[in-house]
Design a protein around this ligand. Structure first.
Ligand SMILES: [Zn+2]
Length: 301
């Protein structure tokens, strides 16, 4: 059996070790420990030493960097090491911050480690924007290793959110449907259609609704393929294969500036670097590329 593709951010070396979460704050505040490893995040992205290869900091490294250990999130363990995400503010010379997409597209981090960077970026982002209780408005406090916020006024507990997005590889025979979104920087960039799920929908419902809204498309079948954590800020991209009833489409001009059927041969050519076909496909950071690769080179489907 073929292994499913592994989109960017979908692999992690960590065991999340939920059993350590209740006590990990005490461990962290009790002083330096040679097992501790920290991923540091500023608003602009993950932090590393200028020109350095690794993104991990030890307690010794942290001595020169202002931080609050009470804001650390426990990511999990690997071997004897314990991994934490830590927000930092002002950075001195010799330190740089990098956007996660850049790390992927420039191969700066092994694929096997990208998942923990996505995990860290999403949960730290959630803490940054959820400082107050959604029920009573009081300031909340971080708890359970950073995997919960608690309200001291009303007792409510709040948990990190994940926002599911359906992304559809739509096919009809040897053709697949690609769209160019209004928010794409390049008017030549085409990708699989996608949209946020809404409360009360199944995954299949969401796929049918999105394709009806954006493309006026009639759907014959929907099947799950594979998924990707997408840390902007905390989506889950649910990759689907959709068979269309026919090739009749009607573009939603509020969302899209282009919508077209493309042959498998054309998709292969562009994936292999052809620049003369009039359109581009997403880079390897996006699950859309994995979906297109899986279809373009499938022995038959
Ligand atoms: Zn409250």
């Amino acid at each position: 059996m073929n292994m499913p593709p592994c989109p960017a951010f979908s692999q992690s070396p960590l065991d999340r070790m939920d059993e350590l979460r209740p006590s990990i704050g005490v461990h962290l505040l009790s002083g330096p420990d040679s097992r501790n490893r920290f991923l540091l995040f500023a608003e602009a992205g993950v932090v590393r030493r200028l020109g350095g290869e690794r993104f991990l900091f030890t307690d010794t490294d942290l001595e020169a960097i202002p931080h609050d250990r009470g804001l650390a999130v426990f990511l999990g363990g690997a071997g004897q090491e314990l991994y934490f995400a830590l927000p930092v503010g002002e950075l001195g010379p010799g330190i740089e911050t990098l956007d996660l997409r850049l790390l992927v597209n420039q191969n700066l981090v092994p694929d096997e480690e990208l998942g923990m960077l996505a995990q860290a970026n999403s949960v730290l982002g959630w803490h940054r924007t959820h400082g107050f209780c959604g029920r009573c408005g009081a300031r909340t406090a971080q708890a359970h290793g950073g995997w919960r916020r608690e309200c001291p006024a009303c007792g409510a507990q709040h948990f990190p959110r994940v926002d599911p997005v359906v992304i559809m590889l739509v096919t009809h025979g040897e053709q697949c449907l690609l769209g160019c979104g209004r928010d794409f920087a390049s008017r030549r960039m085409y990708a699989c259609l996608a949209g946020f799920m809404e409360p009360g929908e199944t995954i299949e419902d969401a796929a049918r609704r999105e394709l009806s809204e954006e493309a006026g498309l009639a759907v014959r079948s929907v099947a799950y393929l594979f998924s990707q954590p997408w840390p902007y800020p905390s989506s889950l991209m649910i990759g689907l294969r959709v068979e269309a009833e026919n090739m009749d489409v009607r573009m939603d001009e509020k969302e899209l500036v282009g919508l077209m059927w493309v042959s498998r041969t054309e998709v292969r050519a562009v994936l292999e670097g052809a620049e003369d076909r009039g359109f581009l496909l997403p880079s390897r950071v996006a699950i859309a590329r994995d979906l297109l690769l899986a279809w373009a080179y499938a022995p038959e489907s």
